[in-house]
Design a protein around this ligand. Structure first.
Ligand code: HEC
Length: 134
């Protein structure tokens, strides 16, 4: 029991309270390794990543907001298939950012849709910080 409490205490101390926090911490560790002057993720830059338009999938000028809208607490709509997308903000939708594998899968796919490449470690951390705190 004592051991369990110690481990729990350590997890709280390190900020591993939710799986997404652990994932973001590992992104931060990677970013720091690549650039020792890295100071932490930035929601303002995350917003820029989310809302700026780029020539993406099918040569269309799109942003993340094209499908998820500029209001992350509202439902979105896939700009290619017109399918409704539940709100992206974890404050409006408890399921969001709860499954790290799912988050990784969609970030990879969605960065490719908008940027025609995968997101960098810093871009992923910044945009997740924006979404998480929206
Ligand atoms: C072409 C439409 C489209 C674009 C553009 C798009 N997304 Fe998505 N996104 C989706 C769909 C569809 C899903 C999966 C369905 C769902 O989870 O409701 C999804 C899921 C996600 C998830 C998973 C969240 C979770 O925990 O369930 C994240 C994070 C996400 N998108 C972020 C982004 C970011 C960041 C961008 C811009 C780089 C972006 N999306 C651009 C359509 C899009």
């Amino acid at each position: 029991m004592k051991k369990v409490l110690t481990v729990l205490g350590l997890m709280v101390t390190l900020g591993f309270s939710a799986p997404i926090d652990g994932y973001m911490q590992s992104l931060a560790n990677e970013a720091k390794k690549a650039d020792p002057s890295f100071k932490g993720f930035d929601a303002v830059s995350g917003k820029q990543i989310f809302t700026s338009e780029h020539i993406g999938k099918k040569g269309q000028n799109i942003s993340c907001a094209s499908c998820h809208t500029n209001d992350l607490k509202q439902a979105g709509k896939n700009t290619f298939t017109a399918k409704v997308i539940d709100p992206l903000s974890p404050k409006a939708n408890k399921e969001r950012l709860s499954d790290v594998k799912n988050v990784e899968k969609w970030l990879k796919r969605n960065f490719n849709d908008v940027y025609k490449r995968e997101g960098t470690v810093v871009e992923k951390g910044d945009v997740l910080t924006y979404i998480k705190n929206y």
